[in-house]
Write a protein that binds this ligand. Structure first.
Ligand code: ZN
Length: 64
């Protein structure tokens, strides 16, 4: 089964490899649907990671 990645800014999900926008943060790679989302993440990564974790406590946004 394909690994899923989650855009922590807009909440969209897709299979790993579908999105080319990615940002490295604290040793993890986060994937985004578009450069608007990756740009928002770069401005306030902690905010978006925390927000996503609160909305989706059962999901890891990015493969380990
Ligand atoms: Zn997005």
């Amino acid at each position: 089964m394909a690994q899923m990645v989650h855009d922590v800014v807009c909440g969209m999900s897709t299979e790993l490899g579908e999105w080319t926008e990615m940002v490295e943060y604290k040793g993890k790679t986060y994937y985004f649907c578009c450069d608007g989302c990756s740009g928002a993440f770069k401005k306030s990564p902690e905010y978006h990671i925390k927000n996503f974790a609160e909305d989706h406590p059962d999901l890891m946004p990015t493969p380990a």
